[in-house]
Write a protein that binds this ligand. Sequence first.
Ligand SMILES: NC(=O)C1=CN([C@@H]2O[C@H](COP(=O)(O)OP(=O)(O)OC[C@H]3O[C@@H](n4cnc5c(N)ncnc54)[C@H](OP(=O)(O)O)[C@@H]3O)[C@@H](O)[C@H]2O)C=CC1
Ligand SMILES: O=C(O)CCC(=O)C(=O)O
Length: 445
Amino acid sequence: MSYVSSVFQRIKVRNANEPEFLQAVEEVFKSLEPVLEKHPEYISANILERITEPERQIIFRVSWVDDQGVLQINRGFRIQFNGALGPYKGGLRFHPSVYIGIIKFLGFEQIFKNALTGLPIGSGKGGSDFDPKGKSDGEVMRFCQSFMTELYRHIGPDVDVPAGDIGVGGREIGYLYGQYRRIKGVFENGVLTGKGLSYGGSLVRTQATGYGLIYFVDEMLKHNNKVLQGKTVVISGSGNVAIYACQKATALGAKVIAMSDSNGYIYDENGIDLPLVRQLKEVERKRIRSYLNFHPEAQYIEGCKNIWSIKCDIALPCATQNDISLENAKTLVANGVIAVGEGANMPCTNEAINYFLENKILLAPAKAANAGGVATSALEMSQNSMRYYWTFEEIETKLKNIMVTIHSNAAAASSEYGFGYNLVAGANIAGFKKVADAMMAQGNY
Ligand SMILES: NC(=O)C1=CN([C@@H]2O[C@H](COP(=O)(O)OP(=O)(O)OC[C@H]3O[C@@H](n4cnc5c(N)ncnc54)[C@H](OP(=O)(O)O)[C@@H]3O)[C@@H](O)[C@H]2O)C=CC1
Ligand SMILES: O=C(O)CCC(=O)C(=O)O
């Protein structure tokens, strides 16, 4: 058994009930054999076992009163996974499926993603099993206030800087920051990112993950003598990442023909009417099926997984983890897909990833392709520290340069370690080396 496999066996035993975390670790470890061969010092320093064990995990009770006056109890999490490169940084997810294994997989992925941005940010992730769906603004506010009443003691602009993820957008960040300020009594807005523009938010942060994804996919296509212009695109999800991926893909000449939510998907062969989707999702918080009230010529199909049976050139999973199974991957390949861009975190199963790579499909891995969100969060932190605002154009240019650089660094690392043009391996290796070197330099911790 190889060294990497033997370490993975130990990690499996220690984290036996966390399949998503083990999946994420296995996917990264698959790329690391040649790195450890070339750098035996990482083995002596036991980097693999250290990098897979969070520096700190905080689990707490969140009690809040619903609109009926009933006391509700949820569980809150914050994992400070790796601080070697900077303050812990990563989003908060509010979704009923949240448990420690989900937060650990997300925090683990965040280590490499944040390293790839080239900016000084460590890795953290958090959230709760609270379900914001169907809750009133007052309920969401009381939940956020209670969540922050515990979290505030563990975070700070130089300690740990949370942001949004599934179920946490501008409304939730506002309530969370308001409670932080109320408790601390200081205007310390560098403690959270994804804030509203009136109290320290950054231009482009709302669009950043989706735009960054499209910049990355565009770069990958160009590198392979292909173009985005004229391609048909299917996007899963209709949240923050999906909406702005759709906007930028359309602006660059592609045609998005389908989007989904957790109930089902819409197929509009004329191209998705994005202003309508934004109104339905960002403003009215409705289900995507209501698209048909305005476009009766479109189709709504119940069940979100079948979206991958639609023939398209480019698939962009932007909803949640394990969205594309091996079966979905086989259907996409049989239907002629040329590229897959992971907007969500870990949206393809490991079997689906292998199938795409074996079939020479261009695959933009999440750690690289969705890093534009956290990179722009780091730019928000910079602006908060400087007490200054850059313009939309300045930030978008920085975001684009970051995505292009991540692509070239991942491609170079893949080639250097014998993987050819394999961005999955390249992103893992480039991210890993940066963090491993910082950990080595800082001694045993
Ligand atoms: N926001 C950001 O900046 C970043 C987000 N990401 C990742 O992108 C993905 C989407 O995040 P974001 O757009 O912010 O989240 P949102 O909450 O804005 O949107 C999530 C979308 O995915 C759908 N979805 C969520 N859970 C499921 C599920 N279990 N099954 C099917 N559909 C689901 C939602 O549908 P419904 O409304 O029905 O639940 C919704 O359409 C996540 O994987 C997140 O980790 C990665 C980098 C940065
Ligand atoms: O902007 C951030 O800090 C977090 C973004 C995020 O959660 C992610 O990259 O998955």
